[in-house]
Design a protein around this ligand. Structure first.
Ligand code: SF4
Length: 281
């Protein structure tokens, strides 16, 4: 094996999937290694999508497992669940696994950050580790990603499929790859998980111990109560209507906060995603 290695981590999300096709078409001279960091806490849709990509690209994706399972790590952290501020999960389940996997050589790590977004990633700061962002270099945006996936007949991962709730007149979906319990999820995505994968929802619930919860100040057991689900759906509906009627980009932050406060919409549900390149691309 050459001392230089080109690694593309496929997350089961749309951007890394499109990146694999884009690299095949634009850098055919490079011999890529395709890897997937399998935390063991993934959705079945993610595994299905990986299989689909392997078939469409004619590649083999290497599944990389962390040295310790999430459950073991949680015990080690005394049931202290990971959170946006204490994000031990990505480091332990993915970043360390990547460093273990590559061990030697100069690594070119390809990530699917697009030209139209401003994301950061948990990227190892080492001289032998170079991060490459082909979508940024080539000006590839969200529309291009969708086009690439459509042209290659793989489409989006199945969790993007919209759920139609007639009673509340709303549609929603999951919009991210990564662990099914990821604390970056919006509350409507927890509802999605409860409805689509109740087994995973209650597994996530069982990880809540000693007062540590995935959602701020509320256990998943309390979250699942019908009155609360209705609250989340109504809140989501109000915000979607607001977005339709206001170009959020053009509105000032003050206007938006004012609207959310006046309409009793839970701000926690609409925080900007803060995903990183290890988990969600
Ligand atoms: S997907 Fe979320 S919970 Fe899973 S490792 Fe990444 S940040 Fe942590």
């Amino acid at each position: 094996m050459s001392n230089i290695r080109h690694i593309l981590s496929i997350s089961g999300g749309k951007d890394s999937a499109a990146l694999a096709f884009h690299l095949r078409d634009t850098r055919p001279e490079i011999d890529f290694e395709y890897v997937f960091f399998d935390t063991g806490e993934e959705l079945p849709e993610t595994y299905d999508y990986l299989k689909k990509l392997e078939r469409a690209l004619g590649i083999k994706v290497e599944y990389i497992h962390p040295q310790k399972s999430f459950e073991k790590l949680l015990q080690q952290y005394n049931n202290f669940l990971p959170s946006p501020t204490e994000r031990w999960c990505t480091r332990q389940l993915k970043l360390d696994a990547l460093i273990d996997y590559v061990k030697e050589g100069v690594i070119y790590n390809y990530v699917g950050i697009r030209a139209d977004e401003n994301r950061t990633g948990l990227i190892p700061h080492r001289d032998d580790f170079k991060t490459v962002m082909p979508f940024v270099e080539d000006g590839i945006t969200l529309n291009d990603v969708k086009r690439i996936l459509a042209e290659n007949e793989v489409g989006l991962p199945e969790y993007y499929e919209l759920v139609h709730d007639k009673e509340h007149n709303i549609t929603y979906n999951r919009t991210r790859s990564g662990c099914y319990f990821c604390f970056f999820m919006r509350q409507i995505e927890w509802v999605w998980l409860l409805e689509k994968h109740p087994d995973k929802y209650w597994k996530a619930s069982a990880f809540e111990k000693d007062g540590f919860t995935w959602i701020r100040d509320m256990s998943l057991e309390a979250f699942a109560k019908p009155a609360n689900i209705t609250r989340v759906k109504e809140s989501y509906k109000k915000y979607e209507e607001y977005k339709k009627n206001h170009k959020v980009k053009n509105g000032t932050m003050m206007e938006e906060m004012d609207f959310l406060n006046r309409h009793d919409i839970d701000l926690n549900d609409f925080e900007d995603d803060q995903f990183c390149s290890m988990c969600a691309l």
